[in-house]
Design a protein around this ligand. Sequence first.
Ligand SMILES: Nc1ncnc2c1ncn2[C@@H]1O[C@H](COP(=O)(O)OP(=O)(O)O)[C@@H](O)[C@H]1O
Ligand SMILES: N[C@@H](CC(=O)OP(=O)(O)O)C(=O)O
Length: 452
Amino acid sequence: MIVCKFGGTSVANAEQIKKVANIVKSNPDRKIVAVSAPGKRYSEDIKVTDLLIDLANSALNNGDVAGKLANVVNRYKEITDELGLDNTICDVIANDLQERVASDKSKKELFIDNLKASGEDNNAKLIAAYFNSIGMKAKYVSPKDGLVVNDLPERTMALPEAYDNLKDLAKGDEIVVYPGFFGYTKDGILRTFDRGGSDITGSILAAAVKADLYENFTDVDCVFSANPKVVNDPVGITEITYREMRELSYSGFSVFHDEALMPVYRLGIPVTIKNTNNPSAPGTKIVPTRPLTGRPVTGISADSGFSILYVSKYLMNREIGFGRKLLQIIEEEHISYEHTPSGLDDISVIIRSNQLTAGAEERIIKRVKEELHADDVYFRHGFTLIVIVGEGMRNNTGLAARATSAISRTGANIEMINQGSSEVSLVFGVMQHSENQILRALYDEFFAPITV
Ligand SMILES: Nc1ncnc2c1ncn2[C@@H]1O[C@H](COP(=O)(O)OP(=O)(O)O)[C@@H](O)[C@H]1O
Ligand SMILES: N[C@@H](CC(=O)OP(=O)(O)O)C(=O)O
């Protein structure tokens, strides 16, 4: 049995939804279909999820609710009209949105989650109605019936019992159309996953029903070895390991959410990334292991929005517990960190900038100075992490040297280097403004065809 997930671009309009129906119809094993909210129809378009976030903020701040709500309903109306569906489903969607807008606003975050999730919830209802209208027996299933997630303040994750609750999801003879992106706490409170989180839903469903395959349909033929929006015509990846994909997704390959790997990885369920616009292309297969090819590097990703906390203190290396105390100060601000490269007398902590506020920075600096008696403490912002990933990198001598010289040829300074302990990745911290130039230089170094 196959669980397939169709991303926002695959369900952005009627034409795309017709392609989805054809893909599902073409293989009777495709029994569970997880869907996103309508995404971008063209590059300047706005995703329904973003329209909904804007609507939620308007509702919280006494802004224009009626106009923004009508805007969202119109996106669905356009789709239903073109699919030849009657007004029933659009009325359901309009009523549902009105109810959500009128719901409890005392917990801002939960109110926004509730509106955000309606994008996928209503699209799943619409797509199930369309499937039935063309004779494909289908039913919409709500995450309320099983996809239990944890409570605030932790980030949203499925609880172990969700897998048991959902194990019989595909038992009937209808195709299950399931909204991505959200679940419910044990108390029935709706919470969304991170942005891009419909990939996570698909993976949870695949693990719950022990699917033979999880197909993730998007708008590119495969995962490329570098972001195709930055590197011209990058090499496509046929097979990639979970570990490689995890590193690359986490650090900038937006094509597949990094958290979506864990549920399927635990059961060894293979994943393929395929193109809704070109379903016969084989796509990229994510597998537990793969034979090594001649190329040590599989992919190069870049992710911006990082800050670095620099701390130096003479004889830091001799001071027992210095690192722990430093990280505890950061923990007490509820901030997570990515890397902690260190030298004899200094340590840097790499943090996602969106977790920092001016107040938090000030408190951290003050405490590190006063409690840890550091000689120097300061934050710097505007960094990108460039990550080179490949199973073939282990024991490949000279690879780091090749990477650093490729970067130095661009004239950029390397602010930080970290060899991931998994030994399949190498991380470089650079200033954000040189990101694209460095990505292209590294791509040329490791992927350009050799000419004699
Ligand atoms: N290395 C990569 N390989 C393929 N696509 C990538 C890569 N890095 C970034 N992308 C982008 O990811 C996009 C698909 O992800 P996303 O927009 O989340 O799609 P969906 O709407 O299917 O969820 C592609 O259009 C592509 O621009
Ligand atoms: N619609 C949500 C969840 C999602 O997974 O969307 P997409 O498939 O368009 O990446 C978002 O925009 O974050």
